[in-house]
Write a protein of this length. Sequence first.
Length: 363
Amino acid sequence: MARPAQAHIDLDAILANYRAAKVCAPQARAMAIIKANAYGHGAVAVAHALAEQADAFGVACIEEALELRAAGIKQPICLLEGFFSAEEIPLMLQHQLIPAIHHAAQLALLAQYLPLCTQKTQLKVWLKLDSGMHRLGFAPEDIANAYQDLTALPVQVLGLMTHFARADELTCPYTQTQWQLTQQWAQSLNLALCCANSPATLAWPSTHADWIRPGIMLYGATPIPEAQTPVQLRAGMRLISQLISVRDLAAGEGVGYGQTFVTSQPSRIGVVAMGYADGYPRHAPSGTPVYLEKLGACVPLIGRVSMDMLAVDLSTYAQAQVGDTVELWGPHLPINQVAEAAQSIAYELLTKVTARVPRYYHY
Ligand SMILES: *Cc1c(COP(=O)(O)O)cnc(C)c1O
């Protein structure tokens, strides 16, 4: 018998979500963002599932890219944080990886070390503009010089990249401000343009440009939970477990560490094999929904989430039995509902599912 905490990954749903991103931006190519182990879904499995369709993949760093190359992934792979040290330069050439060049320190390393490389391939790069996120990228006043420096090197500049800070805020004008600035620079440098993350893919069609970079939407979580999405998204992960204990308690009994939940009436309590060591958010409060498959509805979490277990109130469901399947998030319970209850975001919940939870892949 295995512990019943499992993450079921629906690769068909992820592929459908990729296609949905392309439906949103029919003129654009799409770089499928599969950094951080494809947001916890398994980067190699997701890359194989998307390989036929994806125009390119985006990861955070070379370690993530080399894992994909070792697994036989042939598509272009962009390193969204670029590279960090000179040793990566020959590896990027050897494995045809495409760094985002976002800082003068990278230009200096390229100028110094590229001429020493013996690989026959040419390095392709994206040039990153800081249009207002103020995280990575050249400031607008430096971007033309950075481009000049790149053109003096044996590299091919694929285009200009920028990242939106507030594209998930539908009434915030800042996305438009960032877009206009970026578009002007792309025009004046005559470069292709890659801006739109998932929220911009879904909600800011004017920013789709030549390439989009969808991430979270591939995994079926909308980054704008309060709005209707223009396309249907399907949950990429179904996080499940089982009731491993069912017990009846009298009124006035505390449940779990700190006894933060006290029964107000005689209650039936279920214990689920899922805790914060599996990645379930420890701060999910009493009342956070947990879906019971046989009931076809949610019951409330009660008390503190502990390392390996959490408790639910089964008072509305007298037939509950040990072994009943529980969905923590997935097709029946949107992860955004859990994230909101736990004051987190789907991105964090998905990337925090730990290695203890086995992934099962469905095609
Ligand atoms: C993570 C990331 C994305 C994808 O963002 P989502 O909101 O998940 O779609 C796109 N671009 C960059 C630079 C990123 O770091």
